[in-house]
Design a protein around this ligand. Structure first.
Ligand code: IPM
Ligand code: MG
Length: 360
């Protein structure tokens, strides 16, 4: 079968890691007889340099016409890159937020799983790691502080800035449904994370999540305040199955969850709408400090490609094969520098990509 995939290499290490994920996808085609038709579009700084804006209407249209989008990472060094002298709506991140919103990608799935081979890279003590952990952060992606009204102004002679956090019940309901649905396929537990002791938006969140929970009697629901959740993630990560939360809390907690898996270079993600379409990207950033040095870990992007095979292209067997190939290469002791530990073999971005492709 033919599938149309849009690739967005982006900035920093983006082109290198997407290149390796494409190698893996080419190998999947070779083995399975499927055909992937690729088209590349620019996003972020790469688009600013060519078009003067972080995302063009044409790029959105091309992405929309595909079965799925595979992205690397966007953005530069916020202190030194000329992109950050531009007004906020013209910076690289604005392009990413716009494509999420335009394609209605409200559900962001970020699995955080501790590979037994990577226990040594995990910064937590062995007694905390226990039997390991396997959680999924279901982050709302098109609402909240990221998309509320914001402005910077002067009031009473003082520089003042404002961001607003708005959610309506429909936005909460649809992400909650996604959270419960995925929990049913996992270990039947949802931890809904909010700040209901302070925020109105969180109190509504809690109410709507409870209304949705009624339809999932087999799924256990617990509520947790976000500050407590940040603590519990390093105190006892094994307690979590699905963490359901709003946009900003999900952004912060997913970085924390990824670090306890050993490296942010391992964490994949899928951003989905109500259809099969999705945008797949690693949860990490563009790491401009190591760009072009063959040092970046391509595994999060390769695992994102596996999620794409599973969720958007219905190629479950092929997705399993990619995930198993990653496991096998880790078992053989190959590591990129971010997950390196004693006795292992340190390899670069390209070699890691090749090893995984060959292991399929
Ligand atoms: C992420 C990133 C983005 C976000 C940035 C680059 C805008 O941190 O995907 O987690 O905050 O959503
Ligand atoms: Mg983030």
């Amino acid at each position: 079968m033919e599938h149309k995939i849009v690739l967005i290499p982006g900035d920093g290490i983006g082109p290198e890691i997407v290149g390796e994920a494409k190698k893996v996808l080419d190998r999947v085609c070779e083995k399975s007889g499927h055909t992937f038709l690729y088209e590349e579009v620019l996003l972020g700084g790469a688009s600013i340099d060519v078009h003067g804006v972080p995302l063009t209407d044409e790029a959105v249209a091309v992405a929309r016409s595909a079965d799925a989008v595979l992205m690397g990472s966007i953005g530069g060094n916020t202190a030194t890159s000329p992109w950050y002298k531009l007004e906020p709506s013209k910076r690289p991140e604005a392009g990413l937020l716009r494509i999420r919103k335009e394609l209605n990608l409200f559900a962001n799935l970020r699995p955080a799983y501790l590979y037994s081979q990577l226990k040594d890279a995990c910064p937590l003590r062995p007694d905390i790691i226990g039997d390991g952990f396997d959680m999924l952060i279901m982050r709302e992606l098109t609402g909240g502080l990221y998309f509320g009204e914001r402005r910077t102004y002067e009031q009473d002679g003082l520089r003042t800035a404002m961001d607003t956090l708005v959610y309506n019940e429909e936005e909460i309901r649809r992400i909650a449904v996604k959270g419960f649905e995925i929990a049913k396929k996992r270990r039947n537990k949802v931890t809904s994370v909010d700040k209901a002791n302070v925020l109105d938006s969180s109190r509504l969140w809690r109410k709507v999540v409870e209304e949705v929970a009624v339809h999932y009697p087999d799924v256990e629901l617990e509520h947790m305040l976000v500050d407590n959740c940040a603590m519990q993630l390093v105190r006892d990560p094994g307690q979590f199955d699905v963490i359901l939360t709003e946009n900003m809390f999900g952004d912060i907690l997913s970085d924390e969850a990824s670090m306890v898996t050993g490296s942010i270079g391992m964490l994949s993600s899928a951003s989905l709408n109500e259809t099969k379409f999705g945008l797949y990207e690693p949860s990490h950033g563009s790491a401009p400090d190591i760009a072009g040095q063959d040092k970046a870990n391509p595994i999060a992007t390769i695992l994102s490609a596996a999620m794409m095979l599973r969720y958007s292209l219905d190629l479950d067997g092929e997705a399993d094969a990619v995930e198993q190939a990653v496991q096998r290469v880790l078992e053989q002791g190959y590591r990129t520098v971010d997950i390196m530990s004693e006795g292992c073999t340190c390899v670069g971005t390209r070699e890691m990509g090749e090893l995984i492709s060959k292991a399929i």
